[in-house]
Ligand binder design. Structure first.
Ligand SMILES: O=C(O)CCC(=O)C(=O)O
Length: 306
């Protein structure tokens, strides 16, 4: 890990503190990241962890998504600008379902605690399902570009994308602009089509300077990424499905100041890493998780549908 003083001189104290949310120079004591991976997250705004969930766990997660009537029957469509659509389901509270246990597992929550520098809570989770040949694209955006408008005062938020299928450039894997979390929050506007995305003119300049990385993932891999990391994905024009589960977290000390469609601080009950396999195939329990059939797209930032 880069020592605190060195980090300070590389990126500046306030930015580092905003990103890390913790005392500089702390050791990586919790979670699954090595010191090098933690350092990569701080530098690049994301880190890819191979095999975060093993094959049996990933099979359970995938199967829960495919068969849970709370999800499979109720997917809504998030349209892209060219007529494609990502099928989605979003829920606020992780329960005892396979996907609730994954979101509450120590390996995930303690990693988030480490990245965000203290207690975290579950902000929401979502399935982003790109079916073969019809899965839609996502325009460049920062999650905090939306969440800022939800009354989250600081960018002390991060997400974990878990691949349920192979994710490749052909079927629309996530793309990130490396280091873009250091740019701070960028204004988001309605794009040419129907999505809210990062300011186009600023984005064009940013793209000239920062490296674009395609995050190819195997099932069970996990991508931890900062809420200010610019990301997007292409439409799935291939004959291979691309489903991912994304779990989003907020620092407990960043309790939103506006009531909105995602929860304020709610204690998160961690479970041992073994809980997912021990429980086996478990679905969500009705309204407990707070599933919602969100509108397909935010038509303005006031819709805050992300
Ligand atoms: O599933 C994807 O490809 C992108 C999802 C995303 O960017 C989001 O949910 O904010």
């Amino acid at each position: 890990m880069i020592p605190g003083d060195q980090l300070r001189s590389i990126v500046g104290l306030s930015i580092v503190e905003q990103i890390q949310g913790t005392v500089l120079g702390d050791n990586v004591t919790k979670g699954i990241l090595t010191a090098k991976q933690h350092e990569a997250y701080l530098r690049d705004g994301y880190v890819l962890v191979r095999g975060l969930f093993n094959e049996a766990e990933t099979d359970l997660l995938r199967s829960a998504m495919e068969n849970d009537p709370n999800i499979a029957d109720k997917l809504y469509a998030r349209q892209d600008n060219d007529g494609g659509a990502t099928r989605m389901m979003t829920w606020n509270h992780p329960g005892d379902s396979a996907y609730g246990l994954a979101a509450r597992s120590e390996r995930v929550v303690e990693t988030m605690e480490n990245l965000l520098g203290g207690e975290v809570y579950h902000y929401h989770s979502k399935l982003t399902a790109k079916f073969a040949r019809e899965g839609g694209a996502w325009e460049w955006h920062q999650d905090y570009g939306y969440w800022y408008h939800n009354g989250c005062l600081e960018p002390l938020m991060a997400s974990l994308m878990i691949a349920l299928d192979h994710a490749t450039p052909e079927n629309g894997c996530l793309q990130v602009l490396k280091g873009s979390h250091l740019l701070g929050r960028i204004d988001h506007n309605l794009t040419v089509g129907a999505q809210v995305g990062a300011d186009i003119e600023r984005l064009e300049e940013i793209k000239k300077r920062l490296e674009l990385v395609y995050c190819e993932m195997e099932p069970g891999d996990g991508l931890f990424f900062h809420c200010n990391t610019l990301h997007r994905s292409d439409a799935n024009k291939s004959d291979k499905r691309r489903w991912t589960l994304i779990c989003c977290y907020n620092a407990a000390r960043n309790d939103p100041v506006i009531e909105h469609h995602h929860p304020g601080y709610t204690p998160l009950h961690k479970v041992p890493d073994s809980a997912l396999l021990d429980a086996g195939m478990k679905f969500g329990e009705g309204d407990k998780e707070g599933f919602f059939a969100a509108p397909a797209n935010p038509q303005s930032l006031e819709d805050k549908a992300c």
